[in-house]
Design a protein around this ligand. Structure first.
Ligand SMILES: Nc1ncnc2c1ncn2[C@@H]1O[C@H](COP(=O)(O)OP(=O)(O)O)[C@@H](O)[C@H]1O
Ligand SMILES: [Mg+2]
Length: 673
């Protein structure tokens, strides 16, 4: 069969048609049907198909026209290398031509072609780096092989191959890009890409959310101008310039913390990590930026809680250790003042409706405040008044508009805002802790509730102090009642039993005298009875003195102590310097201190002498008894010294025992009087 030669115009038209399809198609799925139609149409062939290799076989993926028995048969077939026309082209990697339906060789569709009346065919490879497809065309005519047509088709085959490969590559890039975008957009962190001139190249969704710009508004703009607070911009620009010029940098791959700026100009803390992807061309930078506002807030809250706990602990310690509520007020006001960054803090005690006494206070240096000891009138809507009325924590955010003398004087002192919390005692509102500020901004929300925790500790301190006072008062009452009872006993003994015994002694003596001189026995018996009675009387007197020295009540401390000294076997020197008599309970306590100390010195100390000193100064009676004996005395060992401690403390005083071994013993008492 002679070789045919196609009309060049037809081939040219076909090339144009193919070029048009390739220019318009997005991918191979769209291109193949259009290519079959364009080529088949312009070349005037009757059937076309596209075969693609898949798992070592060729499969028909497209036919033109698409509905015919032959098309259906082709679509159902798979061809191995060398099998059928497409298999031959695939195996040989070269175009092929058939004129007439072949009668031998492996042509699975020979019968179908005969049935369809298809007589001639050609096929060519679609080639890129490898064979991507085989395209075949059939016609009912008997046409001779046309080398020229085959050459053109082979060239078109490689154009189509390039198209397919390019589109596949593009699709690959698009897929990767889509994957990357999906990852970036799902990220919680802001991811910002910046070019070597400092302009934004790309941002993710988190960036849009965080900064309040759309991606379109950011891309192409200078990052510094859009996202960095004005005061940090130059540092950023200089660092970028230095890096571009010299390669020197400090932040790449080293996360740093700094501030960023939102669209509305508000600033927020961020943690920033920058990486520089290793790409050809000018430098690109990827910034990963995390809003750490929450983290900072949490850290600050933890720090604040720790400070507050420490302050509470200090106050609690003071409450436990300090006996004097005034000292506790001092500690509390200072702690709450500092804690709430205020300039002054006060403790007030409500004195009925309408007035309050300032009982404690603290001022920052250079700030004036209402002095401790002052009375203030609750005549306006001040914070003290609000606590009084609401019986709960209260605040005043501005004293500007508040009427009344109190508010006026607070304004004059420069106070702008205050918070306060109530202090309770015995279930009743007792007073308030007030914290005031000279700054224009009000206290942070919740400040008054925080203050309430401290106020509760004050309540505790007051309750403690009250309990202590009550305890002391009851001890004093017990001692006094005991002393009174002792005086009564002594009086009764003196006026009753002693008097009777004295007169009995007289009677005995009279009886002895009136005995007959012969009755020696009776007289002797009366005299013995008289002597025993005299001894009993002396013992009774001694007992009465121990119960309560009458001389103390009658004549005072000095004669009573003189009497004690006279009865003590160790020499006693004493110096008593009192301008007037001490109050009765103090005088009794002083007497018993000296009495017990002298008894102890005689009983335990082996001392050569004892000295007693009594005086009064600064509102205290001071009693001191010192011996030069063996020492080693302790209050817990017996009942005597222990009883003295109770007696002295009951009067609000203190008893001190100094008794080093071998160096004598000193008992000191001081009693308020
Ligand atoms: N002046 C002293 N010198 C040496 N030891 C003393 C002296 N006073 C007290 N003591 C010691 O301290 C103890 C406690 O004294 P005290 O409470 O008066 O009890 P009591 O005298 O009833 O034994 C005494 O038992 C004694 O051992
Ligand atoms: Mg004793």
């Amino acid at each position: 069969m002679a070789s045919a030669r196609s009309d060049p115009a037809v081939l040219l038209r076909t090339e144009h048609a193919v070029a048009r399809v390739l220019a318009q198609a997005h991918d191979q799925a769209e291109a193949y049907p259009a290519l079959l139609a364009a080529m088949g149409g312009s070349l005037a062939w009757d059937f076309g198909a596209v075969w693609v290799p898949e798992d070592g076989k060729l499969r028909c993926i497209e036919t033109w026209p698409d509905a015919s028995d032959f098309a259906a048969e082709s679509l159902a077939l798979e061809m191995g290398p060398g099998e059928g026309l497409p298999g031959r082209v695939w195996a040989a990697d070269a175009p092929a031509w058939l004129t007439g339906v072949p009668t031998e060789g492996r042509y699975p569709r020979a019968e179908a072609a005969t049935r369809a009346g298809l007589q001639s065919a050609f096929a060519f490879p679609v080639r890129g780096a490898a064979i991507l497809a085989v395209i075949e065309f059939f016609t009912a005519d008997l046409r001779d092989a046309d080398e020229h047509l085959l050459d053109t088709m082979t060239s078109l085959g490689s154009q189509i191959g390039q198209f397919v490969e390019r589109r596949r590559a593009e699709q690959g890039v698009r897929d990767a890009d889509a994957r990357k975008s999906a990852i970036l957009n799902a990220a919680f962190d802001c991811v910002v890409t910046m070019d070597h001139e400092g302009n934004i190249v790309e941002v993710n969704k988190a960036t849009e959310r965080t900064f309040g710009y759309s991606a379109a508004e950011l891309v192409g703009r200078e990052l510094a101008a859009m996202m960095i607070p004005p005061d940090l911009r130059d540092a950023h620009r200089n660092a970028l310039k230095r890096y571009i010029d010299t390669g020197q940098e400090r932040v790449i791959n080293h996360p740093i913390e700094l501030r960023a700026m939102r669209r509305d100009g508000s600033e927020f803390p961020v943690e920033l990590a920058i990486s520089r992807p290793d790409l050809p061309g000018p430098a690109l930078f990827c910034g990963y930026l995390r809003d750490v506002t929450e983290r900072r807030r949490a850290e600050k809250a933890v720090r604040r809680l720790a400070t507050e706990q420490a302050a509470l602990r200090r106050v609690a310690t003071a409450v436990a250790a300090e006996h004097d509520p005034a000292r506790v007020f001092g500690v509390v006001t200072e702690e709450v003042g500092r804690l709430l960054s205020a300039q002054t803090a006060n403790m007030v005690r409500y004195d009925g409706a309408g007035a309050a006494a300032v009982v404690g206070g603290w001022n920052a240096e250079g700030v004036r405040s209402v002095p401790v000891g002052d009375y203030v009138t609750l005549d306006g809507d001040t914070v003290a008044m609000r606590v009084w009325l609401s019986q709960g924590p209260a605040r005043v955010d501005s004293y500007e508009e508040i009427e009344g003398e109190m508010a006026q004087s607070l304004r004059e002192l420069g106070f702008r805002a205050a918070v306060a919390a109530p202090v309770w005692l015995g279930g009743r509102l007792w007073g308030a802790v007030i914290v005031s500020s000279v700054k224009p901004e009000p206290f942070p929300p919740g400040a008054e509730q925080r203050l309430a925790d401290f106020a509760e500790l004050v309540t505790q301190a007051l309750a403690n102090a009250q309990a202590r006072q009550e305890l002391a008062a009851s001890r004093a009452r017990i001692v006094e009642a005991g002393d009174a009872e002792r005086r009564r006993l002594e009086r009764n003994l003196h006026d009753g039993a002693q008097q009777r015994l004295v007169s009995l002694a007289l009677n005995l003596r009279l009886a002895a005298r009136s005995c007959s001189p012969d009755d020696e026995n009776s007289r002797a018996a009366f005299e013995r009875a008289g002597e025993e009675l005299a001894q009993a009387l002396e013992e009774l007197r001694e007992l009465a003195r121990g119960i309560h020295p009458a001389v103390l009540s009658d004549r005072g401390l000095e004669p009573a102590i003189e009497a004690l000294a006279a009865r003590t076997p160790v020499p006693v020197s004493f110096a008593i310097e009192l301008e007037q008599r001490l109050p009765e309970p103090v005088e009794a306590a002083a007497y018993y201190v000296v009495a017990e100390a002298l008894t102890n010195a005689a009983k335990h100390s082996h001392a050569s002498e004892v000295s007693v000193r009594i005086g009064r100064d600064n509102g205290y009676a001071r009693i001191e008894v010192a011996d030069d004996g063996v020492g080693g005395a302790a209050t817990g060992d017996g009942s005597g010294l222990r009883g003295l401690v109770d007696r002295v403390e009951a009067l609000g005083g203190r008893l001190e025992l100094e008794s080093p071994l071998g160096e004598g013993t000193t008992v000191r008492a001081e009693i308020p009087s």
